[in-house]
Design a protein around this ligand. Structure first.
Ligand code: PAF
Length: 273
């Protein structure tokens, strides 16, 4: 594995598979790497904690970082390049190319974290410009992020094939996330409530087909003073908007706080008409 701070012309001659991350790697990231290995492409993993996607400077400061552990993990995973750019290299001095995430970017996660998705699209677009990959992969855990990146790549006809990595969960159903490291043992138990909300809502919705009633039921059934739910929605997966008569794929998204740490999760499923 080569550790680089800047992309070289030599690299741009190669066919690259890109895995952008913010580090503090876990099994979810490893599964993205496994996915990438199916292809005859050179694998580039970036680690860059992007300040533009944090609306709260405290959250940016607290975001877990462990470059030495990440380095060992990636070295053992036999990727080709670890790319850890500095902020100056990514954004330069007069950076202006802010990408706006539109109306969906202001809802759900974007409503609670104003500007977050503009920051995500801005860095993803910039990293794509630098790395110029053939393919890139993003995890499904950040469902709204994935939706917006796919929308952006599609609208702008970017010549990059996007792949989606499955959510990896621990044995209690908790979706793996770098932020889980910030939780105590008790917090990790409370965090498993996110997935229970999703499962209860799915089951109740499929039985009643009543969105509001099902959401209230899921919230009531899974009440826990150690988990504060920020939002719980059931949406059309293809539009990230309300369910309609035409909906065939639904997604349930949740965000909540455990011990002051923001966590998100989702499940998707087919809706039989
Ligand atoms: O999902 C993440 O880790 C980040 O949002 C991403 C896509 C690497 C952009 O900073």
């Amino acid at each position: 594995m080569k550790h680089i701070k800047q992309i070289t012309n030599e690299m741009l001659q190669e066919k690259l598979f890109f895995i952008p991350t913010m580090g503090s790697l876990h099994r979810g990231h490893l599964s993205l790497i496994e996915n990438a290995k199916q292809f005859e492409l050179k694998i580039v993993v970036s680690i860059f904690v992007n300040p533009k996607q944090f609306n709260d400077s405290n959250d940016f400061k607290k975001y877990p970082r462990d470059i030495e552990k990440d380095f060992d993990i990636l070295n053992n995973s036999k990727i080709d390049y670890l790319f850890t750019p500095d902020k100056e290299y990514v954004y330069g001095q007069n950076f202006k190319n802010i990408i706006h995430s539109g109306s969906i970017g202001k809802k759900y996660e974007g409503k609670s974290r104003p500007g977050h998705f503009d920051g995500v699209l801005t860095v993803v677009n910039r990293l794509f410009e630098l790395v110029q990959p053939r393919k890139a992969i993003f995890g499904k855990k950040d469902a709204q992020q994935l939706f917006l990146i796919k929308q952006y790549v599609g609208k702008n006809n970017l010549d990059i094939e996007l792949l989606e990595g499955d959510i990896i969960r621990d044995s209690n159903g908790l979706a793996l996330s770098s932020r889980n490291q910030l939780l105590s043992d008790q917090g990790l138990v409370a965090a498993t409530g996110l997935k229970r909300h999703l499962d209860t809502l799915k089951e109740e919705y499929l039985q009643t087909r009543d969105v509001n009633q099902s959401i209230n039921y899921a919230l009531e059934q899974n009440k826990d003073r150690n988990l504060t739910v920020d939002y719980l929605h059931i949406l059309d997966k293809n539009t990230f908007s309300k369910l309609t008569e035409e909906t065939t794929n639904a997604i349930i998204i949740i965000a909540g706080y455990v011990e002051g740490i923001r966590l998100i999760d989702n499940i998707d499923f087919r809706v039989e008409i």
